[in-house]
Design a protein around this ligand. Sequence first.
Ligand code: PHB
Length: 390
Amino acid sequence: MKLTKIWQVVAATGLVSLAAFAQAEDTIKVGLIAPFSGPFADYGKQMDAGIKTYMKQYGDKVAGKRIEIIAKDTTGPVPEVAKRLAQELVVRDKVDFLAGFGLTPEALAVAPIAEQAKKPMIIMNAATSIITTKSNYIARVSMTLPQISGPMATWAVKNGVKKVVTLVADYGPGIDAETAFKTNFIGGGGQVLESIRVPLRNPEFAPYIQRIKDAKPDAVFVFVPAGEQGIAFMKGYRERGLAEAGIKVIATGDLTDDHVLPVMGDATLGVITTFHYSAAHNSPENKAFLKNFAEANPNGGRPNFMAVAAYDGMAAIYEVARKLNGKIDGDKAMAVLKGMKINSPRGPIQIDPVTRDVVQTVYVRKVEKVGNELYNVEFDKFTNMKDTGK
Ligand code: PHB
């Protein structure tokens, strides 16, 4: 190669790397880790749609920096994949934040990486209580199962439910839900006839539903991860005639997830759940959110709680960026996150300054027809609820 040619190459690469450097300097990178394929693919899609909503509304620049989202697909509750993706995001992409986490096993696998790399890790769904204790760099803006399930039990005992069977997915959030529900239900004078745990992957509900019918409770309390499993459970409940046998469904709002509720059918009418977000939440903030969500995601369907948590997670990230003038440092970011208040579409929320977990209102809702469509209509609430599982 001639000398001039070499110099041309050097000059060209120099320019390229300078440009890359300038770009890195001007960007705040958010690594989004969630399932985008497989049975839990909707989790990643809802989060992505919530993030797009926020960025359409508030722009992709904050504190003079451009926000860049780097999305990675865990394919489901596969800890090794989540861990590898987090390592890549930290080492290769040099992200400033880790975010997402639809499923507890993803969050638990990534916590040690956040701790080691001092990367703020924003939990946009994963809801097992202990997650926030696994690193000082974790803040949660979604919910915890104890926070949601305790109020369901309290409401049920006060409203004439005396005997229940519990049915939960057999992993962290399910066990948390069962424990918190039982504590408040038995504490309030109720009786738990049987506690059933079903596999996280592809549960076959029919035999469990028969067991529930045979136990003759007043109600069955259910936690299954949002989405297809709720549809499958309600199908079995309908087909085996539990409603006719006088057995009611009470559940965490994961069962009647807004995203799948429209296709669940009239068997869900009257199902009572407790939860932190309903698309039917009546507030100006939620109306604006629904409108912006539809504009930012023309084929996105109805937003659910994961879309809202992702939207709020972005609000938290933008606020950190503003407070730190665009220079993200892990410890300083956590100091900003602790105690942060966000005016969410679900109502006001706060990140607890001590536990870094979300504090919020838990609503009691009933599935009703609004116009022609099924919605979770809020009719009672427990304000200022913290996680009670730790
Ligand atoms: C979780 O794995 O933490 C999880 C997944 C789906 C839900 C709630 C919690 O609906």
